[in-house]
Design a binder for this molecule. Sequence first.
Ligand code: B12
Ligand code: SF4
Length: 474
Amino acid sequence: MKIFLTVPPNIHYIEPYAYIEADKSNTIRPCLGLLYVAAAVKDMPGMDIRIIDANVDGLSLEDMELLFTKESPDMVGFSVLTFNLLNCMEVSKIIRRCSPQTKICFGGWHPTLYPQETLAFEFVDYIVVGEGELTFRELVKVHQDRKNPATKELADIKGLGYKTSDGQTIINPSREVVKNLDELPLPAYDLVDATKYSHLLACSGQVVNIMTSRGCPHRCVFCDLRRTPYRYRSPDNILREILFWVEKGVCEFFIQDDNFTINRKRTIEFCRLLTDAELNIKYKISSRVDCIDDEISKHLRNSGCYRIYFGVESGSQKILDYLEKGISIQNIKAAFQSAHKYDIDCCAYIMIGVPSETDEDIRLTMRLIKDIKPNHLHCSICTPMPRTYLYGKLMEDGVITHDYWLDFAINHDPSFKTPFASQLFSAEELRRMQNTIQKQFYLNPRIILKEILKTRGLKQFTAKAQMALKMLFH
Ligand code: B12
Ligand code: SF4
């Protein structure tokens, strides 16, 4: 069976909440969702599975058409976020035209949030809701047994959405999450050329992304992960993945977890294991500020951690409380102090435009940034994302009067502009503030000097200089 798991070219660009210049020059990462799904099926008999990443290989829609016409795969899978939905649809339309018998399957966050609406799209045959490994394996199995499986066979697959022969859309009961992540095979990196992926801010040539946990017990109102079942891989299991890469000459990793240090015991155990293995690797993580202290920082540093991305969000306690971050300004200061003490770079994610946020709150955020001295800064605009708690609450309170995300999920309008949530500032004002904050931060001589000192090679220097010029003249 021939399966192409596909990353579409970026044709449509829906402005996100991130700083646009940084977002557009975001270095391309392998899509871990697709690599995990591929790993779950690649050992099945007769399997010919490929990852087609249009962005890394510079493939246009025309290239895609040629490829799908020539290859005519049995199934194509996409990892669909709300923000790349339109791109996935463009390619799906082409596939339906040039290879009508190919089954098209949408998995990932968007179909999970909007299953009915996504399946209703005429070019989508299947959707997978939630974690995809087991559901996709079962779907592939019934297709291996029979090219066009009977409704009865599809009806038994938990987490699957499908269409009956008379065009009805059916969403099966959901599948429980994978409890023991150690049981999952490692992502199928053998299906991509990992050397093609790098990162502007990385300190070596090649970085491999790994995910060591899923879900989050915390309750930040803007986040899709709010109070989702938290599970984590054991330190031994993570080390196995790292060793696999070290043997291939990779020495830098990005632990992509939303919050790597939630479980203190696991963090320390992992760091000890890594330090004892003397692999001499570097890695970076994201963490909550209340999950870092001197002991953790010391272990992280000793084992090669060189940067922590922190969700700081705001310098105003009132705003932190509104966001239900569950942290204090004191937690933020202590975490940065501790990371700096152990010479770990810190990146602060901050947010402006939170409903009810005033000029004074933003001033407090800027003052906090001066105090905690991050090495990097990402300023986002608060955005009620589809079906998040924040979005629901603003609808309940009558601040959002029309379910525009549902509308987008149904109509997929390419001219859609993401609305923000500020009751005080317009979208233009927020974008202006975001630009000013980013520029002021990165055009500071202390930051420029540090960046130059850390730059490796002409290629990275040119990339950073281009980014700086874009900021200056934007
Ligand atoms: C890493 C990451 C990124 C990376 C890489 C994204 C990528 N292509 O993988 C980068 C930095 C590029 C990124 C960018 C953005 N991201 Co992002 N990102 C994440 C993060 C932290 C982890 C994703 C990940 O790798 N997970 C690990 C894998 C294993 O899990 P998974 O992707 O969910 O895949 C599983 C299932 O979903 C399913 N599945 C997934 N794909 C498929 C495909 C098939 C065929 C099947 C069957 C199943 C299946 O099976 C997988 C295995 O169980 C998530 C938060 C999170 N924890 O999920 C946010 C998240 C996905 N991002 C989000 C957002 C909003 C963005 C941005 C808009 C942010 C911005 N710049 O302003 C952009 C949009 C980019 C774009 N245009 O597509 C939202 C998405 C919400 C939504 N409604 O779509 C999330 C959920 C964070 C949040 N706000 O809560 N992101
Ligand atoms: S922002 Fe981070 S800590 Fe908060 S709910 Fe999301 S993943 Fe958890």
